[in-house]
Design a protein around this ligand. Structure first.
Ligand code: TYD
Ligand code: MG
Length: 457
């Protein structure tokens, strides 16, 4: 054997992962003070590597043998169950229900006689047992460990051979071979790399829970999201009972897919008819409210868009968007000022998507514009009307995808008038069911005209 070479030292920022050859008091990348820690670089590999190859269709076979969780909303966001050997990251605010979701998932696998291993660094075994009691789940097939060291976790998984391993959370896990503290960027990355290797080598699916930072990103380097196969975010307003599980990345399925749950006294319950749920508390004939048929992933969901436009003292107009992109709101506000001449500069604007859901698709534009105008003019929008479309900078209304699906869902819930981009209207008109009115709109001015007659009065 050759003597090991002296390993070079490098300094890694614990906040952002920046690497430097020498120690610095302040990270030049993220500006954090005293965040650089010393780290030994792994010695270069000696000897020749042997590469292997496999037939291309092997992967497909693997995909076909997905592990069904039997939790409908969960299987949907995963693209039809868990792919063997895949690494799934679930991020979300503290207290949103990540550990509850995982325990229910493990219980569902246990009901299929599949043994699972739950590694937790967040809670004691007793706390998990209490939660299991609250959820009324049998715990025989679920093994729990409070181990934090990733090398020991890998050994334990290899010894017990579970059908699925859950690690709650990745921030509490550390590798013995890295010097920095648990939770640091280097540790999170290293621990994930170990688990990734375990997943791929033994076809073991692994579920990781990740904490999110104040600005909503999963704590740790972006590279964490690059390393795993699937990234899910568990979102919702803690004051509300709805929880949305959203796919933001999926190597084995479509993204933007959402699962809707309700957090009840004894656990999360999937919601079969989210549209009805999101519209349940909608005020009728009140200015500033409009319904939008949104499509999240492959499923249509009706949401209520609310706007409140009120006069502010000059120079201090506020713009707030909850559940929508604030920049998009700013853009649409500018379009309304320019194209319709509505003076919004001395008004506070609050935009909200009811029910704590977040809408990211451009089709939301028309809902935002309609709600803003309705509130500004103090004129309610007809309660059987829905609007849907993207708005361009010239005030033109552009087509969005899956219009038929949107119209069908809205009609199912009793809506009969549809204001849609002109380019989609003809096709929709030819297929529309009886009693359905498809009205094309080309510009925001036409929209205002259709909704309120004259927008300037
Ligand atoms: P938890 O799963 O611990 O959240 P996380 O792991 O994301 O931090 O869930 C926390 C909240 O959920 C807690 O405030 C209690 C509530 N909860 C229920 O309302 N019903 C239940 O059945 C359970 C288990 C929790
Ligand atoms: Mg938890």
């Amino acid at each position: 054997m050759q003597p090991a070479k002296k390993e070079p030292t490098r300094f890694v920022c614990s906040q952002c992962g920046f690497v430097s050859r020498k120690w610095l008091g302040r990270c030049p990348d993220c500006g954090a003070w005293d965040s650089l820690g010393e780290q030994q670089q792994p010695a270069p590999r000696l000897g020749r590597r042997t590469a292997t190859a496999q037939p291309l269709n092997a992967q497909m076979e693997e995909e076909n043998s997905r592990l069904l969780t039997n939790i409908g909303e969960m299987d949907r966001v995963l693209g039809g169950g868990i792919v063997p050997g895949s690494l799934v990251l679930i991020g979300g605010d503290p207290g949103i229900g990540k550990s509850t979701l995982i325990l229910q998932l493990l219980a569902s696998l246990a009901a299929q006689n599949l043994p699972t291993l739950y590694v937790t660094g967040e809670e004691s075994v007793r706390q998990i047992r209490m939660r299991a009691g609250r959820l009324n789940i049998g715990t025989e097939a679920i093994s729990v460990s409070t181990e934090n060291c990733v090398e020991a976790i890998v050994d334990l998984a290899l010894a017990t051979q579970p059908a699925l391993l859950a690690v709650d959370s990745i921030q509490t896990v550390y590798s013995e071979e890295v010097g920095s503290a648990p939770g640091s960027v280097t540790q999170v990355r290293e621990a994930t790399a170990r688990l990734l290797a375990l997943a791929k080598a033994h076809h073991l699916p692994i579920l990781l829970v990740g904490h999110v930072t104040k600005d909503g990103a999963i704590a740790g380097p972006r590279v964490l999201e690059h390393m795993v196969d699937t990234v899910l975010y568990f979102e919702g307003d803690r004051g509300q009972v709805f929880r949305i599980l959203r796919t933001v990345k999926n190597r084995f399925g479509s993204t933007n897919e959402i699962g809707v749950f309700e957090m009840q006294e004894n656990g999360l319950v999937g919601v079969d008819n989210p549209s009805a749920l999101f519209l349940a508390e909608r005020p009728v004939n009140v200015p500033g409210s409009v319904v939008l048929p949104s499509v999240e992933g492959t499923r249509p969901i009706l949401v209520e868009v609310q706007a409140l436009v009120s006069r502010s003292s000059p120079g201090s107009a506020r713009r707030t968007a909850i559940g929508a992109d604030p920049q998009r709101l700013a853009l649409l506000t500018a379009v309304l000022e320019k194209k319709l001449g509505v003076a919004l500069f001395d008004h506070d604007i609050f935009l909200n998507i009811a029910g704590g859901i977040r809408i990211v698709e451009p089709a939301l534009d028309l809902g935002v514009v309609a709600a803003l105008l309705s509130s500004f003019l103090e004129k309610p929008i007809d309660p059987t009307t829905v609007v849907c479309g993207e708005v361009g900078l010239a005030g033109e209304i552009r087509a969005v995808g899956q219009m038929e699906m949107r119209v069908r869902e809205a009609h199912r819930l009793g809506f009969t008038t549809f204001l849609v981009p002109e380019s989609s209207s003809r096709q929709l008109q030819s297929k529309a069911a009886g009693g359905v009115q498809i009205l094309p709109v080309r510009t925001v001015a036409e929209l205002a005209e259709r909704l309120f007659r004259d927008p300037r009065t």
